[in-house]
Design a protein around this ligand. Structure first.
Ligand SMILES: [Zn+2]
Length: 413
């Protein structure tokens, strides 16, 4: 089969058109379930029907647009992303993956091409989690990963998830029906902006995602001794904030110098009593490690415990580590990464392997299907901001790689 070519101008036009729903001087405000989100979804569905797709909304509120394949009984290949934004967000996060998937379907329809497998363009509900402070709602519904707490969620306006769901055509009372059985999807592909600077800095048009980063979050509680800041000699102090500060630097070194894990951050710090004339008696810090390798996360935890022991004995304080959250990394199969590389190569596009530092719908879908992700450069690495930008050429390159990947997978899976 000759490789069909997407219409880059059309893709960029529809992408900008979707960006009109929820646009404001402070950036995009297309918050999940808002009137702008609903209007954006309606626009997407109008394009889906132009592309000759059969549209349904599942119980999780996801829009699924399907085209049957030429061979009966084969599982579908899914592709898509989310259409909601964060407050004051950009026009590319999520939207590009949705519009590119639609562009692929429209290109196939224009060239009268049917693949062997059915294809499904998917738009997931409330990826960002701005509403309900619970994210990946639609993709987790499809993958059977929703928790009882998710189902009982109430948003900041006091409205239940069940009610919001019915506003967009979902039905939380039947949400189990949104779950796809294992084997129902042959693969799922998501094109997304990188949201970081790597591809932009190296001038590489296509990123082959190696996996979605795991996250380990700890709270360290430090007990020293509060005392008079004027009368306590320096050698006699057990300063909780000094101890915390030494830990902050140790955490930074773990990623920046020793490369134990990809990134390490101390994002919060509290000191008590927080007064200029009192040696801090208590402190608390929040430490986060991220890596696509679970071994790296375990190594980081081990090193944190070592640093805590060292600083405790040096400073004469006691410290307690509380493990707060451990989100598993989602690795992507090497065979799928190789297929993305080949897909980019079919259009003579350079590619580079890199991990995803942010979470995506694809990580939920990985529970029920083979999964691959394509990244395109974010100018200056900026995202979740009105400044978020990916060049029209890079958007088109990403969509073409997605189409190449789809046709490759159709031949091989
Ligand atoms: Zn996104």
């Amino acid at each position: 089969m000759t490789q069909p070519t997407i219409d880059g101008a059309r893709l960029n036009r529809t992408l900008q058109e979707l960006g009109r729903f929820g646009d404001s001087p402070q950036g995009m405000q297309r918050i999940a379930f808002s009137p702008d989100d609903v209007a954006g979804r309606r626009y997407i569905m109008s394009l889906m029907s132009q592309a000759g797709l059969d549209i349904r909304i599942d119980a999780g509120g996801n829009i699924i647009a399907r085209k049957e394949g030429s061979v009966a009984g084969l599982p579908a290949i899914g592709m898509g992303s989310h259409s909601d934004t964060v407050p004051s967000g950009g026009k590319y996060d999520g939207a590009l993956g949705v519009m590119a998937a639609l562009e692929c379907a429209q290109t196939l329809a224009d060239s009268n091409l049917s693949l062997r497998h059915p294809i499904e363009v998917m738009v997931f509900t409330n990826e960002e989690g701005t509403r309900f402070h619970r994210w990946l709602i639609g993709s987790r519904a499809m993958s059977g990963l929703l928790l009882p707490e998710d189902l009982a969620a109430v948003d900041d306006d006091g409205v239940t998830l069940a009610s919001r769901m019915s506003d967009i055509g979902g039905d939380l009372s039947r949400v189990d029906e949104a779950q796809r059985a294992a084997g129902e999807l042959a693969a799922f592909f998501e094109l997304h902006i990188e949201q970081g600077p790597t591809l932009y800095q190296t001038g590489t048009p296509i990123g082959v995602v190696t996996g979605i980063t795991g996250r380990a979050l700890f709270e360290v509680e430090i007990d020293g001794m509060a005392n008079h800041a004027g009368t306590t000699p320096m050698p006699d102090r057990h300063d909780a904030l000094v101890s915390a500060s030494r830990l902050v630097l140790a955490v930074q070194r773990m990623a920046a110098e020793d490369e134990i894990c990809r990134v390490a951050t101390t994002g919060t710090i509290e000191a008590h009593p927080n007064a200029a004339n009192v040696i801090p008696g208590k402190a608390r810090i929040g430490v986060e490690f991220r890596d696509v390798s679970m071994d790296a996360l375990s190594a980081a935890e081990t090193e944190l415990r070592r640093a805590v022991e060292r600083v405790s004995s040096d400073e004469g304080v006691t410290m307690q580590i509380h493990r707060q959250r451990f989100t598993s990394a989602v690795p992507i199969a090497d065979s799928m990464q190789a297929m993305v590389e080949e897909a980019a190569g079919r259009s003579s596009l350079e590619s580079q392997r890199l991990p995803s530092g942010a979470g995506h719908d694809a990580q939920a879908l990985a529970q029920i299907a083979e999964m691959a992700m394509i990244f395109v450069p974010s100018v200056n690495g900026i995202s979740h901001s009105p400044e978020e930008f990916t060049t029209p050429e890079d958007c088109a390159n990403g969509a073409q790689t997605l189409l190449n990947l789809l046709t490759l997978a159709d031949e091989r899976l």
